[in-house]
Design a protein around this ligand. Structure first.
Ligand code: NAP
Length: 329
């Protein structure tokens, strides 16, 4: 079969290659999935650059999520998904291949009315958006949430979740055209960080500072988020898109009782029992049907055009997710 191979860490457009490799063999409690599509997410690119929180041994195949059809399975859990189209949750990476073997419990059956494009991004961003806002921060109705990288696929889900569950969003973007776009989507306030002062704008809305914030950028943007927090404010750091560290004034943290925490979906999911995960999968499916956690796709590339796909995924300001087409129905 064909698979994307990473033999050394570095610039994804340079180090990734499509190679012919032996098909994986399905063991007890596992399923073998014929892959249909997988998105190129920031986490996949960080992994290839050697900058992710988890690094598999080399050579490896990237790809943390995707959609495919279960062709073979061993064990009771595998039996329930045999022949079905599933979301392929692969915390160990490896989905950018024509076939993948994963534990059966990580193959989530999908409803027929979900397109392959939507199904390819079924879990990572929807689950993170839901878990951060509803479970970890548990933002009450009427409260304000400050979020950075708000034009991202995940950021747009957070805006729609705010509309549904009644919390209000202050959205930080770095591109003028996203201001009106996110307002149309339902963002209550949109700040262009290249034009406006983030802290001043937040304090003009929440005089004593904001209670909840989530940041995927790091660096100066995250530093400004800390400065915009009010008493007992909480900031979740869930991404590092700038690659820069943030700077924190200890006095502000201790006198205002601030909490600056990390959020990583892998850690959160490891701490949940199967019933809680089942509840989350059902919640995601219901929210997909309401259009709340859908992802816009900007382009779909076949494996043969891997390099073009990577370049498109790394182009700033792109209009949606780039998907790899790994097989046909
Ligand atoms: N912790 C977790 O468990 C977890 C789970 C899921 C996702 N994430 C993180 O969530 C973030 C969003 O993921 P996604 O798939 O939704 O992303 P995406 O759709 O690929 O969008 C990325 C967005 O980030 C913006 N951006 C990139 N570099 C930036 C920088 N240096 N400064 C400011 N903005 C920048 C881009 O802005 P332009 O449009 O202006 O280029 C774009 O809007 C990523 O950091 C990802 O790693 C974390």
């Amino acid at each position: 079969m064909k698979a994307v191979i990473c033999s050394r860490w570095g610039n994804p457009a340079e180090v990734l290659e499509v190679q012919q490799v032996p098909a994986p063999v399905c063991g007890p409690g596992q399923v073998r999935v014929r892959m249909l599509a997988s998105p190129i997410n920031p986490s996949d690119l960080f992994l290839v650059r050697g900058q992710y929180g988890y690094q598999p041994p080399l050579p490896c195949t990237p790809g943390f999520e995707g959609v495919g059809i279960v062709e073979e399975g061993r064990g009771l859990l595998a039996w329930r998904v045999r022949g079905k189209r599933v979301a392929v949750l692969n915390g160990k990476a490896g989905n950018w291949a024509e076939q993948v073997v994963i534990p059966a419990k990580q193959a989530v059956p999908l409803p027929d009315d979900l397109s392959d494009e939507q199904a390819a991004s079924f879990f990572v961003n929807p689950a993170s958006a839901i878990v951060m806002t509803r479970h970890v921060l548990a933002i009450p109705r009427g409260a304000w949430l400050l979020q950075t990288a708000a034009a991202s696929a995940l950021g747009r889900m957070v805006i729609r979740l705010g509309r549904k569950y009644g919390f209000r969003t202050i959205n930080v973007v770095r591109r003028e055209r996203h201001v009106e776009e996110l307002r149309q989507l339902g963002g209550d306030v949109v700040i262009d960080s290249t034009q406006d002062d983030l802290v001043e704008r937040v304090r003009s809305i929440c005089r004593d500072g904001v209670r909840y914030a989530i940041d995927a950028v790091g660096g100066d943007t995250a530093t400004r988020c800390v400065q915009a927090l009010g008493h007992s404010g909480r900031l979740l750091l869930y991404g590092s898109l700038s690659g820069e560290p943030l700077s924190v004034e200890p006095r502000q943290v201790l006198t205002n009782n601030l909490r600056i925490e990390g959020f990583w979906l892998s850690t959160w999911t490891r701490q949940q029992n199967p019933l809680r995960m089942l509840g989350l999968f059902r919640h995601i499916t219901a929210l997909f049907r309401q259009g709340i956690v859908e992802t816009t796709t900007s382009a779909v590339y076949p494996l043969e055009q891997l390099r073009e796909a990577i370049v498109a995924a790394e182009t700033p300001g792109r209009a949606g997710k780039v998907l790899l087409r790994l097989g046909k129905r």
